[in-house]
Design a protein around this ligand. Sequence first.
Ligand code: ACO
Length: 325
Amino acid sequence: MVYTKISQVAHYVPKQVVTNNDLSQIMDTSDDWIASRTGIRERRISYDENTSDLASQVAQKLLDKANLTPEDLDFIIVATITPDSMMPSTAALVQGKIGATQAFAFDMTAACSGFVFALATADKFIQSGLYKKGIVIGAEVFSKSLDWNDRSTAVLFGDGAGGVLLEASDDCRFLAESLNTDGSRGGLVSGQKGLMSPFSRQEDDLSTQYIKMDGRAIFDFAIRDVSKSILMTLSQSGIAHEQIDYFLLHQANIRILDKMAKKIGVPREKFPANLMSYGNTSAASIPILLSELVEDGTIRLEGCQTVLLSGFGGGLTWGNLIVKI
Ligand code: ACO
């Protein structure tokens, strides 16, 4: 049998820091409101880099860390809901920029669950035995999709990218998986609807280009449905929560992490957070967090720790992976 292992992790964020106080200069909000409701203090905002630029930086870092050449890669998957363009895909742009001439490349769209969905997909490519090395990146330049006149969404998101290098392995590291979608609730968080043809009878509403969210309903969905699915993933896999070293959850709101830890019955210290510095970076949030934890030595990539990755958001989508890391 061939299995998958995460052999390297990396992240890259734009240099420009925008604090809550900076935002309060351009909209009716305050550091106190944003920090107390969400935990976010600042976020990175791109001036001149697009999603493929951030993702290419991550891809290059992964190759450098692993001492690989771009030609060693068999595939590149980029999870994003803020691509440079629908065509070419952001993954294709990355493939071209880094010169990964042997790799096929495509984007995956599952909002804040995108990285988990993409990682689960990539695991199957490696397990098939057809491909030996691939990169999965979550990358967003969310700032270009926000309505900067809508304080209820603009303060929540940030730009950034993170990713992993996957390689074939002899021992089983991807221990459990659960992916879910409920399209009937898709309207709770939506954006970037397609352009209208001149023949269409539907009204063209420019406001639908921006992200719109029923924050309270998404909050409740995370606490109720995502907590339940994490408990289900644990019980179906026969892995006790005590065996999980860290729960790496999508970084949307510190209150969601607090409540989830309580609901699952796990000490809050097992739910690391970095949303204070980056806001919600959608598909990028989990790999950025993972990369920072490896950088500071909390996670060691030696195959001795077990983490549960959980993404949730637009679609609605939510998904968990338990990985020996
Ligand atoms: N500054 C000041 N006041 C604000 C701001 C702001 N930035 N935004 C909203 N308010 C006001 C509202 O107008 C409202 O005022 P009112 O009571 O006079 O009408 C008040 O604050 C309360 O607003 P609520 O929306 O009720 O605030 P809540 O406590 O629910 O927090 C939040 C909102 C932070 C969005 C929270 O609901 C949340 O985090 N939800 C989850 C978001 C999430 O997880 N998203 C992930 C998926 S996103 C994706 O997939 C792309």
